[in-house]
Design a protein around this ligand. Structure first.
Ligand code: NDP
Length: 448
């Protein structure tokens, strides 16, 4: 079966899962040169096997709200592929979570994790639970109830979840507490734990910082520097605010952040003091608009950040947050680099548009792999029961991001996708990630 036949099968079987189909097509198109060069992949139906998860657990989560009313949510864990190591990927709590969203994220995660060069397979999970407007004790009860179900399907050498949208250090701690309570094991079964009870230093910062380290490598490949560049960041969560923080530390000017309510624009640029204030504000679930009274700038209700002139965009909120029209805005506003902090923030048409205009484009599976890489380092530290310093982890992260960059750039060159200095990071990253997983599948025969 050829790749195009495999896509047709996915479209026929999962017509109701648009995000998953979108993610599969992106990988399929860009690995074609590699697939053509290795007929054994087709003979052993490697792509066809990879688009079908090993298994998906779907469970009900019963919990009680503050009024004593019974609430029912849906929960999932997608164990997509463990060719390279234990299933690894975050948990998302958001009302938009569906099986399609988790399958797209799990599929992407297989190749992202392969790109890190660390022994981790791909998985993802979550719930349609909406943390917004919930009290502290409701969040705690939900996390306990979620783990009461999930613990049946995970363990430290088999499947190791982490955080994602709506799941940060607080939620990870509650879930870890329930896992320990049920199993009496203190193991690295979930990452993103608090430092002091199994967490790694730098895990919180890793995704945002890692994306900026990737960007630095992209800029260096074009003989450019981040210093003095203007940057648009979307989101005001874990990835966004740490990406903004690192850009500022390296001398760039970040002029936007955003959330689901709108965009904050500060022409004078955010400073570390302002970022610290934004972190505290979001941690208390307070609105970004309060910033204007304190620091100035403007609040654009219901708007996204793509209307401003800049050199670099780091979309770090959610999937499909930049459509074709917004990609046109970016190009017209002079943006030369798009680095995906979020997973799949550009629609397929938006990706085509920026690439056609030779905007240097780093796909999420390469650019935001720093988070899962440090999660894998947390797993190693848990196994040996010793901890590394912030500086050690930071250096490991820098090395990993450079390796991912150089691997993707190298594959782009090797398979004839680099055009007059323009590196096709999407093709390169997909081919490197795919090859690592595909070669493991070939080695295993047909048992994976
Ligand atoms: P957070 O929950 O910390 O922050 C998400 C931010 O995006 C919030 O500001 C949120 O706004 C905004 N947002 C979420 N959904 C929407 C939406 N539909 N429209 C507009 N804004 C939205 O999540 P993370 O920072 O952890 O994750 C962000 C992205 O990065 C996701 O795509 C995630 O999969 C990806 N990622 C995260 C990693 C990590 O280590 N955390 C690792 C790799 C990828 P509001 O506050 O109003 O809800």
């Amino acid at each position: 079966m050829s790749i195009s036949q495999a896509i047709e099968t996915v479209e026929a079987n999962y017509a109701h899962q648009p995000e998953f189909i979108q993610a599969v097509k992106e990988v399929a198109i860009s690995i074609k040169p590699l697939y053509d060069a290795h007929p054994e992949y087709e003979t052993l139906k490697v792509f066809e096997r990879l688009v079908e998860p090993d298994r998906i657990f779907n469970f009900r989560v019963n919990w009680e709200n503050d009024k004593g009313e019974v609430q029912v949510n849906r929960g999932w864990r997608v164990q997509f592929n463990n060719a390279l190591g234990p299933y690894k990927g975050g948990l998302r709590f958001h009302p938009t979570v569906t099986e399609s969203v988790l399958k797209f994220l799990g599929f992407e995660q297989i190749f992202k994790n392969a790109l890190t060069g660390l022994p981790i397979g791909g998985g993802k999970g979550g719930s349609d639970f909406d943390p917004k407007g919930k009290s502290e004790s409701e969040i705690r009860r939900f996390c306990y109830a979620f783990m009461r179900e999930l613990h049946h399907y995970i363990s430290k050498d088999m499947d190791v979840p982490a955080g994602d949208i709506g799941v940060g250090g607080r939620e990870v701690s509650y879930m870890y507490a329930m896992y320990k309570n049920l199993t009496r094991e203190s193991t690295g079964v979930i990452t993103g734990k608090g430092v002091g009870f199994g967490g790694s230093l730098m895990r919180t910062e890793a995704t945002g910082y890692g994306a900026v380290y990737f960007l630095e490598n992209m800029l260096a490949a074009q003989d450019e520097d981040i210093k003095g560049k203007t940057v648009l960041v979307s989101g005001a969560g874990n990835v966004s605010l740490h990406a903004a923080e690192k850009c500022i530390a390296l001398g760039a000017k970040v002029i936007t952040v955003s959330d689901s309510r709108g965009t904050l624009h500060d022409t004078s640029g955010f400073t570390q003091e302002k970022i610290d204030w934004l972190k505290a504000q979001k941690a208390q679930n307070k609105p970004l608009v309060d910033y204007v009274d304190k620091f100035g700038g403007e609040w654009l209700d219901g708007k996204k950040p793509w209307q401003f002139k800049a050199d670099i965009a780091i979309p770090s909120a959610t999937q499909n947050e930049i459509n074709e029209d917004e990609a046109k805005q970016l190009v017209n506003n002079g943006v030369k680099y798009v680095v995906e902090g979020a997973n799949m923030p550009l629609t397929a048409e938006a990706i085509d548009h920026v690439r056609e205009h030779r905007v240097h484009y780093a796909p999420g599976k390469a650019a935001n792999a720093g988070g899962v890489a440090v999660s894998a380092l947390e797993m190693s530290q848990n196994s040996v029961r010793q901890y590394n310093t912030f500086e050690q982890v930071d250096q490991q992260l820098k090395n990993i991001m450079k390796d991912i960059h150089d691997g993707a750039a190298g594959a782009s060159e090797e398979y004839g996708q680099t055009d007059n200095g323009y590196i096709d990071y999407m093709a390169g990253a997909n081919m490197v990630g795919f090859k690592r997983v595909a070669d493991a599948l070939l080695a295993y025969g047909i048992l994976n």
